[in-house]
Design a protein around this ligand. Sequence first.
Ligand SMILES: [Zn+2]
Ligand SMILES: [Zn+2]
Length: 248
Amino acid sequence: MAHAFRLGDLLQSLSQVIQVPRPCVVCEQRAWRYGVCELCLLELAQQRQTGQRCPHCCVLLPSHGGCRDCAVRPLQVEQVFVAWDYQGDAEVLIQAYKGRQQQWLASVMAEALYQQIVAGWPSRPAVVQVVAIPASATALRQRGFNPAAEIAKRVAKQLQQPYAIGQLCSVGGQPSTGQKQRSRQQRLTGQAPAWHCAPLPVGSTVLVVDDVLTTGSTLQHAATLCRQAGAQHVYAAVVARTPWRDYF
Ligand SMILES: [Zn+2]
Ligand SMILES: [Zn+2]
């Protein structure tokens, strides 16, 4: 039995290295080595191009009026880069990544995010510290990986920028309550998760990476800690931004 487990682990590792074609998680028809087929990736990119967005938090705006989120509680980051809206195919993809532990999907998400960062931030400084939002201890045990960290390290590699594992981390050995278990109201008003940010170069520019942006409370907290740790400018990059569902 022990041998069977070791063989399974070996095959899993090999499939990561040699990029075995897998059924597309969105259409389940065509196979592609990163788990999403070219056609579905194209549709996701097209979905991203629809409508007007808030220039600050990147939420898809209704046909009239400005961003109500930024009017009430602006994010304390310079700018947010977003690959997709958290709906439709993007929601399917992220749920497969986080809910079904399909870790290899990090590559397509990182690539889509990288494209948005390069296009939306042409005058970025020579050095940008890439930081991942930490996972709670419970989520780490359940998934075996930190979804934000897998994306962050790939984005950092493509940008050719430094990425330090655990730059931002949970403290005290206490499993913090994951965002999934916290209601919108709790996220907005509740106690911030117990995180620690290791010292950053004074005056540095940081890019905080996460998978989904909903209320922004997680990013807000991360940005505050990064500034306290030495950063001067904090940017954010998230794979998917939750749209205002009451408008669509
Ligand atoms: Zn597909
Ligand atoms: Zn906004």
